[in-house]
Ligand binder design. Structure first.
Ligand code: URP
Ligand code: ZN
Ligand code: ZN
Length: 468
């Protein structure tokens, strides 16, 4: 073995199915070996990092992160430098962003422009393309997207006049992606049901942020998930369902998997931790997201999916709006900016709430937050797991560190956190991206951002199909 650049010694190295005391040997930005502690003689590596008493996790992979995202009259407040600085402060080393065309824009061009921003990141980024309308140019654009390493394509069944795609368009895109080794990624809320309910709510004077959850009922999500699974099953292809907030949706997907359909069910941090009681508190607008926060019994029911396998991945659905933006039209949820800032706290909040407090195995935490997000996006084993040959993206995690969350201490380009005041246990201490220390005991490195665009591999996704 040639002299390593770094050895991370004596940590508990965690994978999706293992947690072993080991040293991680790093050379040329990759993991070159995992060895029993002490195999590399002292002084041989360029740098030694002591991880005694710490977990050594693969860097987090956030499969759902909006950067510089425009919806309606509002644009989120971060770009790559800020969003990725926040990501690494929270232990995430790869984000998967979206290239969402605005009316009149072309999906491929938007993706090319968004991918070019990766080098301004403190960590690496992959990309979901996005199709809103089907026309004759779409098959060619999808081929080019796949050729540039963008193999997942997001579509929305809601947000009429913005990003909503018809069922027909979604079906055609899924069919094309099947032949290209890609996969559709879908926001499922049946728009006709939502518009009907919004009209009813407005007629009753219930259209302000405080009433957000009644305007987007869970049945709209279930109806849409059912339709999407039927499309995937008919086409014999996979589908990735984002931000699943209701147990009925998880059950539909679990049943489909038993029939052999490759359905990925993503949960996001806020749906797993917060409930619709937030809409009755002082700042309901801060929690307006789609789908909305759900009643506590539904939250408890979906969290069971962390243990029983019906949740495949955890994302953040990061949307960095601030209080001024959230309050400006809070009298009408139909024109409000939707989404919550979350890229920084996904790992700490999930670790604390479920690993620390509820004994979720740390291996399962890694599977949900790192490995399966990478597999579902065609970027494993480069990302998402510490294997010989993988990028040396890793987090030295102190499982006993405690923090009280305060928005002012965070690094996202906003002035609030949905988790303000929450006490958490477990925190990232030191973070490496491709063998470079980007966060050293909580301090961002004194270097320039050097993020790379991660090219997803077509055909890799199906191999990662969750079976149950
Ligand atoms: O409320 C949300 N989730 N806003 C962001 C866009 C989306 O639907 O993912
Ligand atoms: Zn969405
Ligand atoms: Zn989203």
């Amino acid at each position: 073995m040639s002299a390593p650049d770094i050895v991370v010694r004596n940590g508990t190295v965690v994978g999706p199915g293992s947690a072993v005391l080991a040293d991680v040997v790093i050379a040329d930005g990759s993991v070159s070996a995992l060895t029993e502690p002490g195999q590399v003689p002292p002084g041989r590596a360029g740098r030694e990092i002591d991880a005694s008493g710490r977990l050594v996790l693969p860097g987090g992979v956030d499969p759902h992160c909006h950067v510089g995202f425009t919806s309606g009259a509002f644009t989120t407040l971060d770009e790559y430098p800020q969003a990725t600085a926040a990501a690494v402060h929270g232990g995430t080393t790869t984000i998967v962003d979206f290239a969402i065309p605005r009316p009149g824009e072309v999906p491929l061009e938007v993706a090319v422009a968004q991918q070019a921003k990766a080098s301004r990141g403190w960590c690496d980024s992959a990309l979901h393309g996005c199709v809103v309308e089907w026309d004759d140019s779409v098959p060619g654009q999808l081929r080019e997207l796949v050729a540039m390493g963008v193999v997942t394509v997001k579509m929305f069944t809601t947000y009429r006049g913005e990003t909503m795609a018809t069922d027909d368009a979604i079906y055609q895109v899924m069919k094309e992606l099947r032949g290209l080794g890609g996969m559709a990624v879908v926001h499922c809320e049946a728009n006709h049901i939502i518009e009907e309910q919004q009209e009813r709510s407005a007629a009753g004077g219930h259209i302000a942020a405080r009433y957000h959850s009644e305007t987007r009922p869970a049945i709209a999500e279930t109806a849409s998930v059912s339709a999407l699974i039927a499309m995937a099953e008919t086409l014999r292809t996979g589908v990735y369902l984002v931000h699943q907030s209701s147990p009925a949706c998880l059950e539909l997907a679990a049943a489909a998997r038993l029939r052999g359909v490759a359905v990925f069910s993503e949960a996001v941090t806020h749906h797993l931790v917060l409930d619709d009681g937030k809409y009755e508190e002082d700042h309901p607008e801060r929690y307006v997201c789609c789908p909305p926060l759900r009643p506590r019994p539904m939250v408890d029911a979906i969290t069971a999916g962390l243990w029983n396998g019906s949740i495949s991945t955890i994302g953040s659905d990061h949307c960095c709006y601030d209080t001024r933006q959230k309050t400006s039209v809070m009298h009408d949820v139909r024109t409000m900016p939707n989404g919550l800032p979350g890229v920084e706290l996904r790992l700490p909040v999930i670790f604390s709430e479920f690993v620390h407090k509820a004994a979720l195995p740390v291996q399962r935490f890694v599977e949900l937050c790192c490995t399966t997000p990478a597999k579902a996006n065609g970027i494993w084993p480069q990302k998402g797991e510490l294997l010989p040959g993988s990028d040396a993206d890793l987090v030295i995690w102190d499982p006993a560190a405690t923090r009280r969350i305060r928005a002012a201490d965070l690094h996202m380009a906003t002035d609030y956190s949905p988790y303000d005041g929450m006490d958490v246990t477990g925190w990232p201490e030191t973070v490496l991206v491709r063998g470079q220390v980007v966060l050293d005991h909580g301090r961002l490195a004194d270097a320039a951002p050097a993020g790379q665009a991660v090219r997803a591999q077509p055909g890799r996704i199906r191999a990662a199909m969750p079976l149950a």
